[in-house]
Design a protein around this ligand. Structure first.
Ligand SMILES: Cc1cc2nc3c(=O)[nH]c(=O)nc-3n(C[C@H](O)[C@H](O)[C@H](O)COP(=O)(O)O)c2cc1C
Length: 208
């Protein structure tokens, strides 16, 4: 059904969901360079750089300037806290995230500070902040890999996350390491060309 609707959106009905690995129009270098890699070096992330990541997030736009993002991070130098975050990850992510020197739980406050009403934009705004954080990381030579594959309830319990907050993703961050240590399957994914739908799949200049 969706396929049918999307065909309608495109000029060409023969290739409605064409993907391309190329950047087809100019974009800033950081966008092109950013990738969600899985091979991490043991090198710790400097505290100053960690601060810069959160500073980038800080300057994201948000609905009513509410800034609903909240980050809980741990480095490998804090094994107890790092393990609490790591233990929430689903198996497919644990395999490679075990080497990440920095883990972050990205969450949002569910309600507006000023009136305690539900903030329907909270996750949207957190995503914007995470995008800026990721680009800042790229600029600093760091790799960010966001993961929705984690046990939310376990995170809530072990990290004492209050009911006012919702954990949305865990991020693994670090310098790139040797991809040869990865399993064959993951190695393939590391070297696979990136693919994206071309613009006609998601940009419209007419009504539905
Ligand atoms: C909200 C969100 C959840 C994600 N969850 C996972 C995950 O659990 N495991 C994983 O390996 N990658 C995860 N990713 C990474 C995506 O697979 C990745 O961004 C996508 O394949 C595009 O690749 P790129 O980031 O290298 O351009 C997630 C990304 C986002 C934004």
């Amino acid at each position: 059904m969706i396929q049918k609707e999307l065909t309608f959106m495109t000029e060409s009905s023969t290739q409605p969901m064409k993907k391309s690995g190329d950047v087809e129009y100019p974009v800033v270098d950081l966008i092109q360079q950013r990738r969600s890699r899985r091979a991490y070096a043991d090198t710790p992330v400097e505290q100053e750089k960690i601060n810069s990541l959160f500073e980038a997030a800080r300057w994201a736009p948000s609905s009513s300037n509410e800034q609903p993002w909240v980050y809980l991070y741990a480095t490998k130098a804090q094994p107890e806290l790092w393990n609490k975050i790591y233990d929430t990850l689903q198996n497919g992510n644990r395999i490679w995230a075990a080497k990440a020197p920095l883990l972050i739980v990205a969450m949002c406050r569910k309600t507006f500070i000023r009136n305690d009403r539900p903030n329907g934009s909270a996750k949207y705004d957190l995503g914007a902040a995470n995008s800026l954080l990721s680009l800042q990381a790229t600029q600093l030579g760091l790799n960010v890999h966001q993961m929705g594959g984690f046990e939310r309830q376990l995170a809530i319990e072990t990290l004492n996350i209050p009911d006012t907050h919702e954990p949305v993703v865990v991020m693994a961050i670090g310098y790139l390491g040797d991809r040869e240590v990865l399993s064959e399957n993951l190695k393939q994914r590391e070297v696979a060309p990136r693919e994206r739908y071309t613009q006609e799949f998601f940009v419209m200049n007419k009504s539905f």
